[in-house]
Design a protein around this ligand. Structure first.
Ligand SMILES: [Zn+2]
Length: 499
């Protein structure tokens, strides 16, 4: 069935294009208006803790309203730009994944690794470098004299062993960075060894320069450049290579793409992004973060990464999703607050302990989106993709789509075999459920739920199936609400264990 969710997975309700052109202006003025009026909103009246958001917002708005000011913290420490002079002459950039095929690479899967943040939207990855001796070869054009290879790569450190306490550190690379893994570089008769430190994540890219020496002796000005993984066990994502005269940094290499100065959020542009307004991006990101921190009563275990993806890398893919502690947003809609900023960031706030059924994680992400649009960004309710008052008319259709043999299959959402054609209805129904819970029990419900979840993390981890899991989740929601919610959920077609 056609529903009003023009997204695929984790869309997360993408706004219609209406009003997009004035989104920037609306954001600027909306933020200022809302920050001042924040504590007066009904959503806030019920819970004084959320008013703390106002201070953080006003700080962010200072930047929005006075563009001449730059956030000193954000301007500091270029993450990727070397200090050497930029050579304006164009130098061919080689896509690392071009080695695949024609027998010019070994290791990992034999297909490009789709990475929206990489040049051309793909890299050589898929486990390349896991085996010692994995290699790739390229035909390169060499300058006269001394030359350098510039290599763009990303590497997450190998996860440490699970500790006795059962806490895996797999998601904490910063505290768990092993020694750099080594790469052998050969061109002509020259050989160099370069150490590649972990960059912190599979899509946090870094350029590294490898001085090659005098390449004049390589016959004909063209040579085969070979990369070989020396250590194994440490996969590497290789994005791009540039060979240039030493001391000159090609523009592709010098261009700053990673902005690393904020305490809560870093921002990385995909290579095709042309916008430069990082201060405004940080302001929106920090406002969304501060709102979620107060609204949900906790914060993620790691700093978040916001990837801004250009059309050149996105191609026909939908952008508006999250993965781990990173969110991916479309450059074209980046200053629309409704473009998944809060929705996707909410998913990063769900990476903590406990299990999140899809209906609850997506429902909560809709709820925070709705609250932020109305209470934080001053959005007119009528412009929101699906305001709560419109749920009622859609409900029978959503129920019909999801119901099989009298049971609401939304409980199986996220499991293998859940049919694609029910996903739109599942989003709609999950949003409706969280809308109803908010109406009945107020905006503090999910914060209280999260506090209980932290205290009882893992109670549902061993649940045998969705029914056992949801029995625990619904019971906990009930304690957060101060009411028995089992009849409500059974009325929605949920199957729960007998009381
Ligand atoms: Zn989502």
């Amino acid at each position: 069935m056609q529903d009003s969710f023009p997204h695929r997975f984790c869309p997360c309700p993408r706004e219609a294009a209406a009003g997009a052109t004035s989104a920037t202006r609306r954001l600027r003025h909306g933020l200022a208006r809302r920050a001042i009026a924040l504590s007066a909103r009904a959503v806030l009246r019920r819970d004084a803790r959320i008013t703390a958001t106002a201070g953080a917002l006003l700080a962010a708005i200072t930047v929005l309203e006075t563009p001449a000011l730059s956030l000193a913290a954000h301007a500091a420490a270029p993450a990727t730009a070397p200090a050497a002079p930029v050579n304006a002459a164009p130098v061919p950039l080689i896509e690392a994944e071009s080695a695949l095929g024609a027998g010019r690479a070994r290791g990992g899967a034999a297909r490009p690794d789709r990475k929206l943040t990489a040049f051309g939207g793909a890299c050589l990855g898929n486990g390349w470098g896991r085996a010692r001796g994995d290699w790739a070869e390229y035909t390169v054009t060499l300058p006269r004299g001394q030359a350098s290879l510039h290599l763009r790569y990303a590497r997450l450190a190998r996860p440490a062993q699970t500790t006795n306490a059962g806490a895996s550190t797999a998601n904490a690379p910063a505290a768990n960075t092993p020694a750099a893994t080594r790469l052998r570089v050969r061109v002509g008769g020259l050989e160099r060894i370069v150490a590649l430190p972990a960059t912190g994540d599979w899509e946090l890219w870094r350029w590294i320069e490898v001085p090659l020496g005098d390449v004049s002796k390589v016959a004909g000005g063209q040579g085969t450049l070979r990369l070989e993984a020396m250590d194994g066990g440490q996969p590497i994502n290789l994005d791009a290579l540039v060979v240039a005269p030493i001391g000159a940094v090609p523009p592709e290499v010098a261009r700053r793409l990673l902005f690393d100065g904020s305490r809560h959020v870093r921002i990385q542009f995909s290579p095709g992004v042309r916008l430069r307004e990082t201060d405004r991006l940080f302001a929106v990101a920090e406002a969304a973060y501060a709102f979620l921190h107060d609204y949900l009563g906790e914060e993620p275990a790691q700093r978040l990464t916001v990837h801004v993806i250009a059309e050149a890398e996105r191609k026909n893919d939908f952008v508006g999703h999250s993965s781990g502690y990173a969110i991916y947003l479309d450059e074209e809609h980046i200053f629309e607050t409704g473009h998944n900023w809060v929705h996707e960031m909410t998913h990063c706030f769900q990476r903590g302990p406990g299990r999140w059924p899809a209906w609850l994680s997506e429902g909560e992400a809709w709820l925070t989106y709705y609250e932020a649009e109305t209470a934080l960004f001053g959005r007119d309710r009528a412009q929101i993709a699906l305001p709560p008052e419109r749920f009622a008319s859609r409900l029978p259709r959503l129920r019909d789509t999801l119901t099989v043999n009298g049971q609401n299959t939304i409980q199986l959402w996220g499991e293998a075999g859940f049919p694609d054609e029910r996903v739109g209805a599942a989003y709609g129904f999950a949003n409706y459920m969280l809308s109803e819970l908010r109406r009945l029990y107020g905006p503090g419900l999910m914060r209280r739920y999260r506090a209980l979840l932290r205290a009882e993390a893992g109670n549902e981890a061993n649940a045998a199936d969705a029914i056992a899991r949801d029995t625990i989740v619904v019971e906990r929601l009930g304690r957060a609400a101060g009411a028995d919610l089992r009849p409500l959920f059974r009325g929605w077609g949920f199957q729960l264990k007998p009381d």
